[in-house]
Design a protein around this ligand. Structure first.
Ligand code: ZN
Length: 312
């Protein structure tokens, strides 16, 4: 700006101030009131704008609060629904488990019934001086005993009830581990074989044959679960088996393999037969061993309870 321009501006300003000073007081008052009215108007408009904006915000916040409350309520309801469904599911699951248990129990009972039906009741029958096994009786299944288990004095093949064989084999093998040399002299004997055997004894010993080859013992051999034992050292002898270490071993261990001594010393049923062992199942043989009882001491009803687990 040149010096002359500045001077002109200053003069204009001075002129304006002079004009104001020269205005009448009435005019000045009018201007002041106008300014106040403008200010009041402006602040009123601003206040209104602020008020409406704030009101809208409050309304929106209220709406959001309502939405949040509704959402919370819905969530709570859903949680209740989920809890209810979960509990209903658990109850249903428990019912299913109960049902499964009952089905399992029924299957177990059915299994036992089938097992009992399929187990030959004669296998745990007591044969007394008045109760013999039917002459037509045949064991359900027999198997040949390997020659290595048969005493050399026997030329005939020997057979045993197939389910008894694994127990008998285990017993003889375990005995061998203890240096006990068990050998089988006789196992299954049919009615006819026994009749012939008894006739030959009768020829040799007359009526005395009844004391060591009576019907009772033959019945047990006809079952296929009974054996007569000896050792190699005894060379097929029956009677001296009682004095052998093998007999002691049998008294201490036979029950572990399900065998029991049918006719112990001093029994009321038959003569003492230390060589004659009958398979009755591990549980019954162990029970007899623990109680120091013998098979023929028990009631038939008590013995029958062991039938279902005889080959377990
Ligand atoms: Zn015998």
């Amino acid at each position: 700006m040149s010096k002359s321009d500045s001077e002109i501006s200053n003069k204009k300003h001075l002129c304006f101030c002079v004009k104001i000073h020269t205005m009448s007081k009435e005019m000045q008052l009018k201007i002041t009131i106008s300014i106040i009215i403008i200010l009041l108007g402006t602040s009123g408009v601003l206040g209104y704008l602020f008020y409406t904006t704030h009101k809208n915000n409050i309304s929106e916040i209220q709406t959001l609060n309502d939405i949040i409350l509704n959402t919370e309520s819905t969530l709570t309801q859903k949680e209740h629904d989920i809890t209810f469904l979960h509990e209903a599911f658990q109850r249903e699951q428990e019912r299913n488990n109960d049902l499964e248990e009952r089905v399992q129990e029924a299957e177990d009972v059915l299994g036992i019934i089938v097992k009992i039906q399929n187990t030959d009741k004669e296998l745990l029958q007591k044969y007394s001086k008045v109760y013999f096994l039917n002459e037509h009786y045949q064991p359900e299944k027999l198997r040949k005993i390997s020659d290595k288990y048969i005493d050399d004095s026997r030329e005939q093949e020997q057979y045993i009830h197939s389910n008894t064989w694994p127990f008998l084999k285990d017993m003889i093998d375990e005995a061998e581990d203890d240096n006990v040399d068990l050998q089988i002299i006789s196992a299954f004997r049919s009615f006819d074989e026994q009749t012939n055997l008894k006739s030959s004894y009768a020829v040799s010993y007359g009526s005395g044959a009844n004391t060591f080859s009576a019907d009772q013992g033959y019945s047990e051999h006809q079952l296929g679960t009974t054996i007569d034992l000896t050792t190699k050292e005894l060379s097929g002898s029956y009677t001296s088996f009682a004095t052998s270490y093998a007999y002691e071993w049998m008294l201490a261990n036979a029950h572990k393999y399900g065998f029991t001594l049918s006719y112990p010393e001093g029994n009321a049923y038959y003569q003492y037969e230390p060589w004659h062992w009958r398979f009755v199942g591990k549980n019954l043989a162990t029970y007899l061993h623990r109680k120091n009882l013998h098979f023929y001491d028990l009631d038939q009803r008590e013995i029958d309870e062991y039938l279902v687990e005889m080959f377990d």
